[in-house]
Design a protein around this ligand. Structure first.
Ligand SMILES: [Zn+2]
Length: 231
């Protein structure tokens, strides 16, 4: 496995695209190595199947230009931040060695998202342990940035917003790969789910005075070397 600069950890295939899709594209355009690890296959859902849920992320991965994508094979709907899951995820972190992690925000109506958030916190710590049977060498990702794919109608209070103005169309194409989740069986009357997602990206862009944005929260303080990259 080749080492990554950034690893997005997603409870289900599509969460990475929804919460971090534009930022993945921005980071890729700056030459970073970016991967996505889906924790579950996301099934069952009303219009999906195991086969469909395998091919949809493959198509989105091509559009995002990811350097790596994997699936940890944990159980959808009953995802738990237990010791076995923690060890498996920590083992992946030790092999992929990302400098930074993206994890789902911890407050959510979806229990899988809550569990995934807690699991990333725990696995980040476990990945640095010595004298274990986990693969790879000890590794501690420097930061966790939490993204918002939240099933609660709450207003996030992000630490920062990334400008994704140049990447919104590609992000929307990546999301549209998930036909079984956002298009099949859904109302075509506006605003559609895709309209809604785009409008929210527009809102976050407005908050920082650009076209489109994605919000992130850091529990630890974010340090800057200067102010040149502020938008
Ligand atoms: Zn999800």
């Amino acid at each position: 496995m080749q080492e990554l600069d950034y690893l997005v950890i997603a409870p289900h295939p599509d969460d990475a695209e929804l919460g971090v899709g534009g930022t993945i594209l921005a980071l890729k355009s700056q030459g970073s190595r970016v991967g996505v690890l889906d924790l579950t296959d996301g099934e069952p859902t009303p219009h999906g199947s195991r086969e469909i849920r395998r091919t949809e992320p493959e198509a989105a991965t091509q559009i995002l230009g990811l350097d790596w994508r994997g699936n940890l094979g944990l159980p959808n709907r009953s995802l738990t931040a237990d010791l076995e899951a923690r060890e498996r995820l920590a083992g992946m972190l030790r092999q992929l060695r990302p400098r930074y992690l993206f994890a789902p925000y911890w407050e959510d109506a979806h229990p899988d998202h809550v569990a995934a958030s807690a699991l990333v916190d725990a696995a980040r710590f476990w990945a640095k342990l010595t004298k274990t049977n986990m693969p790879g060498a000890p590794h501690y990702p420097e930061r966790i940035f939490y993204y918002f794919t939240v099933h609660l109608r709450i207003h996030p209070r992000p630490s920062f917003v990334i400008d994704i103005t140049g990447h919104i169309e590609t992000k929307m194409r990546a999301i549209a790969c998930y036909r079984s989740q956002f298009i099949e069986g859904r109302s075509t009357a506006p605003p559609t789910i895709l309209d809604d997602l785009r409008d929210r990206a527009r809102y976050w862009g407005w908050t920082i005075g650009v076209g489109f944005g994605e919000p992130f929260l850091s529990r630890e303080e974010v340090g800057l070397r200067g102010l040149r990259d502020l938008v």
